[in-house]
Design a protein around this ligand. Structure first.
Ligand SMILES: [Zn+2]
Length: 324
């Protein structure tokens, strides 16, 4: 009898989204407004990013429970491959399975890479925004559904990919990020790549991952496949201004032998929500009323109005209807 030789192939995970290359940009005639001409999916009705309006987002605590994250804190046998793909800085993950489940996901999703979107200035850079507030940078950790054979098969399925999105805020120096930033000189031009020492991925994430937004969307770059389950976390990651500056002033768009500008503003503008809804795991914390606000209103009518508004706030809070 013939024996079957089973080849267990560890397929390369060094993929960008699909295999399109350089037929798009973030500005000019190949910018986001024109992507749909070359990549029809980009003109779809389930596109990303979107603007998260907390007053219109709906609380769904029963479904959106905390995630179960595996392998996020292991470095043994983990390989990290850093690359400049001409659009962003990306870290491909190989070796140790890093996965997420629960968190409103029906399946187990395996992490393949993470990358960043950043602005030239602190007031822009993130792809998503909360109530119109953009952040200086956004990180996406891309996972694919293990019920499909591989990333490429999952890429075109409705529930194929799950991406975790994190906003950055300017703050204290973020030491774990130097694992990446220290190698920027090695990837300053397009297609440069290098192996870096693996580090504990959990250390770069915010402490609290229980509060997040959920919606169904797409890749934010061509070919814009509508295969993404998006999770956007409310708690931000702190990074220093100096560290942000290294993102803005070390990574080039093109090859070494061409005149090249630095990569920044590599974000797609918000897309129409259309008939979609955005959900949150918990309402966002209400901002504290300042002393000045309290003293500036006077008179009984104003007090009655305030009391009514307070009870209304309490009521919506109790019913957990909207995310704000
Ligand atoms: Zn992204």
């Amino acid at each position: 009898m013939f024996g079957f030789v089973t080849l267990v192939l560890f397929a390369s995970q060094h993929h960008t989204y699909g295999s399109v290359d350089d037929d798009w940009a973030y500005d000019g005639q190949k910018g986001p407004d024109f992507w749909y001409l070359e990549f029809p999916h980009c003109g779809g009705v389930r596109q990303s990013p979107v603007s998260i309006q907390t007053a219109e987002a709906v609380v769904d605590s029963n479904t959106l429970v905390p995630f179960e994250m595996r392998g996020y804190d292991s470095v043994q046998n983990l390989q990290m491959h850093l690359q400049n793909n001409g659009h962003t800085v990306q870290v491909d993950l190989q070796g140790v399975p890093i996965s997420i489940t629960r968190g409103g996901l029906k399946d187990v999703y395996l992490a393949t890479q993470f990358h960043f979107h950043w602005g030239k200035v602190d007031t822009s850079g993130s792809e998503h925004d909360i109530d119109g507030t953009h952040y200086p940078m956004e990180m996406h950790i891309v996972h694919y559904n293990t019920k499909y054979k591989n990333f490429d098969e999952a890429l075109v399925k409705d529930d194929g990919l799950a991406v975790l999105g994190f906003f950055f805020e300017v703050g204290k120096y973020n030491i774990p990020f130097d694992h990446i930033i220290d190698h920027f000189s090695e990837i300053s031009h397009k297609d440069d790549h290098t192996e870096i020492d693996a580090f504990d991925l959990r250390r770069i994430l915010p402490d609290n991952l229980d509060r997040y937004f959920r919606y169904y969307g797409s890749l934010t770059t061509p070919p814009c496949y509508e295969s993404l389950i998006w999770t956007i976390f409310y708690e931000t990651i702190e990074i220093s201004e100096n560290q942000l500056e290294t993102f803005r002033h070390m990574i080039h768009v093109n090859y070494a032998n061409q005149t090249s500008r630095y990569i920044f503003d590599d974000y797609r503008p918000p897309q129409s929500l259309n008939s979609r809804k955005i959900y949150c795991s918990k309402p966002v914390p209400t901002k504290k009323t300042t002393q000045q606000d309290q003293h500036s209103t006077s008179g009984s009518a104003a007090l009655i109005l305030m009391a009514a508004l307070t009870s209304l706030t309490l009521l919506t809070d109790l019913l957990h209807l909207i995310c704000r």
